[in-house]
Design a protein around this ligand. Structure first.
Ligand code: MN
Length: 201
C-alpha cells in the first residue's frame, strides 16, 4: 500500500487538525468556506512556504464537465490553513470562515519542455497547475488553468476543473450536500454563534 493510500484513508477518518503534514509529510491543501460580502470557497495549496490561493465563487465540483471560475488572491501564511472563525466587520474579508476540506496533496504539473517538473510557484506563473487531492470530501486530480491573463495576477481568471479519474462523480455535489467544517463539524451559523463578537470592541 502506497503512502498515498495511507494518507487518503487517514484523512477520511480524522476530522482533527493534522499539523504533521505541513511540517514533514508533504504539502497540504485547504478549502475554506468564506461567507464574506459574497459566499465563496478559498482554495489554497501549500508551496514555496506559503498557501497559493484562489477564490472559487461556486466552490469545487466533482464533475469534470463543470468548470468553476477561480480568481487568484494573495498568498496566505501556512498557519492560515487552520483558521476558522469570524473576521470582524471593518476588516478585509469580513465574514465567517470554516475549514470546508483539507488534507495532503501531490503536485503533478509536468514540465513542458521535458525538463525538471516546475515548483508550484513556477506552475502558477505558467498558468497551469495539476494536483491530486487527498481530502475528506475531495480526492483525485484537479487542474487549475489560467484562461485570461492580466498585468496584475489578481486580475487574471482561472478555471478549477475536476480531472477524469476514479474520484470523478457527476452525481455528487459536496458543496451543497456536505456543508460542515471538517475541522469542527460546525456549520457557518455555529461558527458565527461560537466565535462572533469576540473581536467586538
Ligand atoms: Mn475569502
Amino acid at each position: 500500500m502506497s503512502l498515498e493510500d495511507y494518507e487518503a484513508r487517514r484523512g477520511d477518518r480524522s476530522p482533527e487538525p493534522r499539523g504533521g503534514e505541513a511540517s514533514g509529510d508533504g504539502p497540504i491543501f485547504v478549502i475554506q468556506k468564506h461567507d464574506a460580502s459574497s459566499l465563496h470557497y478559498d482554495f489554497r495549496l501549500e508551496g514555496d512556504g506559503v498557501l497559493k490561493s484562489w477564490a472559487v465563487p461556486k466552490g469545487p465540483s466533482t464533475d469534470p464537465s463543470e468548470k468553476r471560475l477561480a480568481l487568484p488572491t494573495e498568498d496566505h501564511p501556512i498557519d492560515y490553513a487552520d483558521f476558522e472563525g469570524v473576521i470582524p466587520e471593518d476588516e478585509y474579508g469580513a465574514g465567517t470562515v470554516l475549514v470546508w476540506d483539507r488534507g495532503p496533496y501531490e503536485h503533478l504539473t509536468e514540465a513542458r519542455d521535458g525538463g525538471e517538473p516546475p515548483s508550484l510557484e513556477e506552475a502558477v506563473e505558467t498558468g497551469h497547475v495539476v494536483v491530486r487531492l487527498h481530502g475528506e470530501k475531495l480526492t483525485g486530480g484537479y487542474a487549475l488553468q489560467r484562461v485570461e491573463d492580466a498585468e496584475d495576477p489578481e486580475d487574471a481568471r482561472w478555471l478549477l476543473v475536476k480531472m477524469s479519474d476514479d474520484a470523478a462523480d457527476a452525481r455528487r455535489n459536496p458543496v451543497s450536500t456536505e456543508p460542515l467544517s471538517v475541522a469542527s463539524g460546525r456549520d457557518l451559523q455555529e461558527v458565527r454563534e461560537d466565535e462572533g463578537g469576540e473581536d467586538d470592541a
